[in-house]
Every structure is written in structure tokens, then in C-alpha cells.
Design a protein around this ligand. Structure first.
Ligand SMILES: C[S@@+](CC[C@H](N)C(=O)[O-])C[C@H]1O[C@@H](n2cnc3c(N)ncnc32)[C@H](O)[C@@H]1O
Length: 287
């Protein structure tokens, strides 16, 4: 079972009411969905994810509250459909816990991990779109370098891209990790392939544009007084959330509930090291 990140902070900022209607935009393995559902009586959680395998796991993990949860498979651009299909109009709360789940990261079949061999896939939704193998094997060197530099914030992106192009065809996650390791030796504590894998994952899943869609559309799905909580793990994402929330605050459309982002407590990080870099921001909608 996935351990929900910052559970108390998320629930208290969502201010879950027993009869409320909530949208978990990133159901994952159902950690937060279950926590919200457990607090409802006549209320509902609409649990969305673009990954159908994750939805099936979330369904099993939250079976105890199945009467209070409607699952929906879709992207951030399709959240209004998720709400309409559940027969609801506006929401009391929205939660988005960005990125990939522990299951996606660690199951070698999904291709996100460089610690176990698997296909270079990295698609959250495996029914559609470009895979990481398509990107590394068919993108020209300059585009690949720009992508690794911009999305992975990898300073040695040019060297990595050149090594990838020379090593084509790249067949698996470990093959790619090895190519990167040979091109850029280990300097700090993180594996040299970390940033390259992160950049590819973000590109494969169109993550920057997806976050823009979430921040553009989701607040308007809230009732007046409804809350939105976003947990991000990457500085690029947190910066975007901060800027969008600030704009909504300045325009008088929302009140920002977290002047500074909340971060997990030391005891949470020691229980769940994956929570280490989480930053949580919340707003209350006024319109
Ligand atoms: C960090 S996990 C969520 C974990 C979940 N909160 C839990 O406690 O089990 C993020 C999830 O969001 C999904 N996701 C990421 N980007 C998405 C997008 N643009 N549209 C829909 N789902 C997305 C991923 O497939 C993944 O399952």
C-alpha cells in the first residue's frame, strides 16, 4: 500500500466535511483517496488517474469505502469530465499529489527505474503516446540535450545526449543508465542517470503542460469556499504552483492558505523517505 504523503496536513487544509464532494486528481494507489473517503458520510470522492493499473490497485486498496468513491481514468485536462460523469457540479475540495507513485517508480515493467532492467516505457497511461525508447532512439541530439537540460536541470545534458545518440539503439532502462554513467561520472550522492530519467519521464508524460492544465482549470471546479491542495516534489513544479496561486490571490479569486509551502515533519521523513522533498500549497476559492 502506498503511504500517503503529508496525510494530516492534506486533510486539515482540505477541511474535509462528511457530506462534501472531493476530487483526488492523482489517485495513485488510493492513499489520499482512502483517507478522505474514511471521513465521509453522505459525501463522495472522485478518484482520477491517467494510469489504469494504478486505478485498479487504488480500487482494491480502498474497497472498504467503495460506496463513497467513483473512479475515473483521465488526465488533468479531463477533470471537468470526471466531475460531470460523477453527476456533480462543483467541488468542496481538490487534491493533487504530483509525479509518479512508488509502484510506477519501482515496477521494472513500467520502465521508470534505472535500478532494475525493463523496457524504456515511462508512460503513465500505457494505452497511448510516445515511449521513452522512442525519445532516446529517434530524437535529434540537440533536442534531446535541450530536453534533458530544461526538464532534468542536468548541467551536463550535452554530453549525455551525445553519448545516447552514439549508443543507439538503446534497448532497456539499465542500458540507458549505463550509457549515462559512462558519459558523466558520479559526482554527488545521486546516481548520474537520475536527472536524465526524470527529464525523459516528464517529456513522455507531457508533465509541464499537464501541470499548467491542472492549475488553469481545476480551481474553477471548486465551490466558493472550496479548497485546493497541491503537493509537488520538484522545484520547477512548486514554482509553478506558487506563481499560479499568487496570481489567483492577486486577482482576488482565491485566498492563499500557505504563505510558505508546508514540508513533511522529520518523523514523517524518517518513516517515509520518499516524502523528503514534498512541498504542499493550498488555496481557498472565492468565486
Ligand atoms: C504521487 S502519485 C499519487 C499517490 C496517491 N496520492 C496515493 O496516496 O496513493 C501520482 C499519481 O498521479 C498520476 N498522474 C500524474 N500526472 C497525471 C496527469 N497529468 N493526469 C492524471 N494523473 C496523473 C500518476 O499516474 C500517479 O499515479
Amino acid at each position: 500500500m502506498h503511504i500517503a504523503v503529508m496525510p494530516e496536513e492534506s486533510l486539515s487544509l482540505l477541511a474535509v466535511r462528511p457530506e462534501g464532494v472531493y476530487l483526488d486528481a492523482t489517485a495513485g494507489l488510493g492513499g489520499h483517496t482512502g483517507l478522505i473517503a474514511a471521513r465521509l458520510t453522505s459525501g463522495l470522492v472522485i478518484a482520477n488517474d491517467r494510469d489504469s493499473e494504478s486505478i485498479e490497485m487504488a480500487r482494491r486498496n480502498t474497497a472498504e469505502w467503495s460506496g463513497r468513491i467513483r473512479f475515473h481514468r483521465g488526465t488533468f485536462g479531463e477533470l471537468a469530465d470526471a466531475v460531470a460523469q460523477a453527476g456533480r457540479d462543483r467541488l468542496d475540495g481538490i487534491l493533487a499529489d504530483l509525479g509518479v507513485s512508488r509502484y510506477q517508480l519501482t515496477d521494472p515493467r513500467r520502465g521508470f527505474s534505472f535500478t532494475a532492467d525493463g523496457p524504456l516505457d515511462m508512460r503513465m497511461d500505457q494505452t497511448t503516446g510516445t515511449t521513452a525508447a522512442d525519445l532516446v532512439n529517434f530524437t535529434d541530439e540537440k533536442t534531446l540535450a535541450d530536453l534533458i537540460y530544461q526538464l532534468g536541470e542536468e548541467r551536463r545534458a550535452r554530453r549525455v545526449a551525445r553519448a545516447i545518440v552514439r549508443a543507439r539503439p538503446i534497448r532497456s532502462t539499465l542500458h540507458l543508465a549505463d550509457v549515462v554513467l559512462r558519459a558523466v561520472p558520479r559526482t554527488g550522492r545521486i546516481h548520474p542517470a537520475t536527472r536524465t530519467f526524470m527529464a525523459l519521464r516528464m517529456a513522455v508524460n507531457d508533465e509541464p503542460a499537464e501541470l499548467d492544465r491542472l492549475l488553469r482549470d481545476a480551481p474553477g471546479l471548486l465551490k466558493s469556499g472550496g479548497r485546493m491542495v497541491v503537493i509537488s516534489f520538484m522545484s520547477l513544479d512548486d514554482r509553478k504552483v506558487k506563481e499560479r496561486f499568487r496570481t489567483l490571490g492577486r486577482e482576488g479569486r482565491a485566498t492563499i492558505l500557505t504563505r510558505h509551502p508546508l514540508q513533511p515533519s522529520e518523523s514523517e521523513v524518517s518513516r517515509n523517505p520518499a516524502a523528503r522533498s514534498a512541498k504542499l500549497r493550498a488555496l481557498e476559492w472565492k468565486e
